[in-house]
Ligand binder design. Sequence first.
Ligand SMILES: *Cc1c(COP(=O)(O)O)cnc(C)c1O
Length: 495
Amino acid sequence: MEEVLYKSTRSKKEPVKASQAVLKGLSADGGLFVPDHIPALDKSLAAFSKMSYQETAYEVMKLYLTDFTEEELKTCIARAYDEKFDTAAVAPLKEAKGAYYLELFHGATIAFKDMALSILPHLMTTAARKNHVKDEIVILTATSGDTGKAALAGFAGVEGTRIIVFYPKNGVSPIQEKQMVTQKGDNTYVVGITGNFDDAQTGVKKLFGDKELEKELAEAGFRFSSANSINIGRLVPQIVYYVYAYARLLAKGELSEGEKINVVVPTGNFGNILAAFYAKNMGLPIHKLICASNDNKVLYDFFATGTYDKNREFVLTSSPSMDILISSNLERLIYRIAGNDAEKTASLMAALGSGGKYEITPGMQEALSDFYGNYATEKETAAAIKALYENCGYVIDTHTAVASAVYDKYRADTQDMTKTVIVSTASPYKFTRSVMEAMGEDGAMDDFALADALSLLSKVPVPAAVEEIRTAPVLHTKVCDKEEMKAVVKQFLAV
Ligand SMILES: *Cc1c(COP(=O)(O)O)cnc(C)c1O
């Protein structure tokens, strides 16, 4: 098998092995690691149609993580995709109103971040061992809600790691806070900041850049790392479920071998849809990659005009995980359509950093023909939830609803009737209030009562992730000022 090495999107520095890219997260020049070539699937689609999720994961991930042994990779996969998922299928498909919904929310925190964050800790500790790193890995994360809990659930109890999560004390929903402060595991730390998400994020960035702290930690046998979505250890596991979804449809006779599908992805940081793009380039028969945005439609404008411009009002929507104006993972696509030109990519990213915008060349824009971008307003998002429920009793969350609404626009625009997979990124129970309001139900109940009401309507039991926190004891009570973050970290690690 040909080795895949990882290069920076911003310089021609020496490429690194997969395990080193996982450990480093970001290249030293600020660029993202990209594979030096996209490997082709080396099994037939018919062969994939007989595989479990875990087997598919191995066959896809081995092509990218080429310096991991078969045993290492299979161990990581077995530890990640186990009973933490509430269905053996891991990522089941549901047919509704002429499309297939790929449910990526059956993990510990009922959202799609679990798909990658349940394996990343194992990839990291394996990568550390391979590179003779003896230090304990300390994950530092600032969260506005979802990523923090998914990272906590992924790293909890994983030997050789600790995780410290900072969240804005008054800036997350009651359920989100309860999810985090009830987190079990001796290696987990959760701290509320008296400030907003930006304060938490800025504080964490400062800690990452603190050379003195780095030295003190190293002397005590610790090193910081990050679990954010630009790590290739998060990107590669996301390619798996596109191959798996295709193979399941093939197995069920919904597709003939080689028949193309469209995929619709509710997009924020561009990680999920980039994984679909990689799957297509590996040989998976995908026709269009449909990029769905909410009112923060910076990507829609980019696909329409070739200009990426984040200078605009930031809109708070009912799909908060897509409220993003800088889609970090887009840089990997830019690099590719620039003909793997690091200098060009670096200059565009510099323009984004200084003026908040950049423009790609007409040639680069032509290379985007695999993509279709559109967006859904708040009204259209709510209408999509209601329509699907009334049409077939299937309840989707707000993020998935953005995708569903955009898919309707795509079909109206193009008359394309290619079979389509809509990526379902969160359980409706994660955004119960918005979902119930969209269906015209009275929202004057507490969040748990609303969940019970949703269960009656959708005939889907309340997931364990919600059930558990009803009664779970609070285990984390630390609150601090943003100036105290460093002291708190040192206290936790006893340095
Ligand atoms: C993170 C997230 C998204 C956006 O995914 P990206 O990979 O950042 O584009 C969409 N929906 C939900 C529920 C999420 O948590």
